[in-house]
Write a protein that binds this ligand. Sequence first.
Ligand code: ATP
Ligand code: NCN
Length: 186
Amino acid sequence: MTGLFFGSFNPIHNGHLNIAEYILQQQYCEEIWFIISPQNPFKQEIHLLEENLRLKMVEAALNAHPQLKACNIEFNMPRPSYTIDTLQKLSNLYPDKKFALIIGEDNLKNFHLWREHERIAATYLIYVYPRPSVHTTNIYFPNLVRIKAPLSKISSTEIRQMIREGKDISALVPSAALKLIETYYL
Ligand SMILES: Nc1ncnc2c1ncn2[C@@H]1O[C@H](COP(=O)(O)OP(=O)(O)OP(=O)(O)O)[C@@H](O)[C@H]1O
Ligand SMILES: O=C(O)c1ccc[n+]([C@@H]2O[C@H](COP(=O)([O-])O)[C@@H](O)[C@H]2O)c1
């Protein structure tokens, strides 16, 4: 199984990396592709760093992890980035691969608002990683797999804020991407 970890990664942080490592360690997937979305349909463009810079940070962070790859397939696709379109494109390009989605619980909460969410849920396994302060126990569908894993409070929003305030973020982001992150967000 190839896990598709969709995200803005603005910037990538240790929460993301811990999720991916846990999913590999528990053998839910053999490899995970980080799909950098230029424009989440629900996020304001103004808050997003240019996608090529976000990609560079993800590549730096994943460099030492052979089972984790950065993927820029959405860079040449229409905006905003609708996940159903990317899933279809990837399934056409890689007919022999089995894909599953990986999302945080905050995204599960809004999943019913995603374009063609019923088709996504009918076609792909969806691994949901728990997120603090988000409660979605009322949501159920057959392809939903809840990962029972340690919670992480880290968010990209908090990291951007800390950089603006001159605080030390080194414990929160992958060390291989630290310099790039500090440079791009200062
Ligand atoms: N600490 C976390 N715990 C669980 N899931 C997370 C965590 N951080 C991010 N995710 C999930 O990873 C995916 C990509 O996240 P994203 O790039 O939006 O990071 P974020 O920290 O949520 O960013 P922002 O604070 O800018 O919204 C999403 O599905 C999100 O739910
Ligand atoms: O397809 C949709 O309708 C849709 C709606 C909201 C979010 N998404 C995708 O969900 C992913 C998670 O986004 P984010 O910003 O929380 O990391 C990202 O790839 C978005 O493009 C997709």
